[in-house]
Design a protein around this ligand. Structure first.
Ligand code: DC
Length: 244
């Protein structure tokens, strides 16, 4: 471990779905000894709750019903040392696996377009970052959640590359999925994320763009280390690479 500064910052990572934001954010957090929050998991958790409690029935989302349920939904993160990251719990139940199904993916854009859902989750996210020392990834982190974040990164990658990565990730978890279906879902979500009325996905004016289509994780880490060093932040303070 090298010399570590006391200065803590907020790092906001936004970008399209399945672009490797969480892997990148988790690795940065591990190197810095920062908290890592995957805000997509929070929107997925609300979607899972809606599916399990009748706010999504027969393929139809009842927005009013879901808005009325929001106070019942308790979302928490608990650090899992084996993964080197936090697991998400919904009303006390581990939901990490359940929130990644294609069923949840198919409804999460609609759920994340509901203003009341965003109000609740954005307030939670801002509270989590109150003491800084946090890496948060999502769609609106640099624009809405932390407009004053010291480092904002907008991550992009080719949709076909993202579909292949997601496919391999889900297959590795033993899920039966088709790459075509995933690519279709990714393109639909790109469109929905960018065109929704509340907090659409867009690059913050002061965000730096990183296209990682043909970059490895170590290459991305070199890229971000340079930026962090220029902000006076050492990357030698954490526990080293994140667990798998
Ligand atoms: O990152 P992800 O694919 O797990 O995110 C799931 C969905 O949640 C995605 O379709 C967009 C939405 N989302 C959002 O609207 N705002 C965020 N800050 C994070 C995710």
């Amino acid at each position: 471990m090298g010399y570590c500064t006391e200065k803590k910052i907020i790092i906001a990572i936004d970008g399209f779905s399945s672009g490797g934001k969480s892997t990148f954010a988790r690795e940065i957090a591990a190197r810095l000894g920062y908290i890592f929050i995957d805000t997509g998991a929070m929107y997925r958790a609300v979607t899972l709750y809606a599916l399990e409690h009748g706010a999504i029935r027969g393929g139809i989302l009842d927005e009013e019903k879901l808005a009325g349920m929001l106070d019942e939904i308790d979302i928490r993160f608990r650090f899992n040392p084996q993964r080197g990251a936090s697991d998400i719990y919904v009303n006390g139940e581990l939901a990490e696996g359940k929130i990644r199904t294609i069923e949840v993916s198919n409804f999460v854009s609609a759920v994340s377009g509901i203003a009341a859902v965003r109000r609740k989750l954005v307030a939670m996210q801002q509270e989590m970052g109150r003491n800084k020392g946090i890496v948060m990834d999502g769609r609106d982190i640099g624009t809405v959640v932390f407009p004053d974040a010291e480092l904002k990164i907008f991550l992009t990658a080719d949709p076909a590359v993202r579909a292949r990565r997601r496919y391999e990730e889900l297959r590795a978890k033993g899920m039966e999925v088709s790459q075509e279906e995933i690519e279709r879902n990714i393109r639909q979500r790109d469109e929905a994320d960018q065109s929704r009325e509340v907090s659409p996905l867009r690059k913050a004016d002061d965000a730096v763009v990183l296209d990682n289509s043909s970059m490895t994780l170590p290459e991305q880490m070199d890229w971000v280390t340079e930026r962090l060093n220029s902000l006076g932040i050492s990357t030698e303070c954490g526990t080293g690479p994140a667990g798998t």
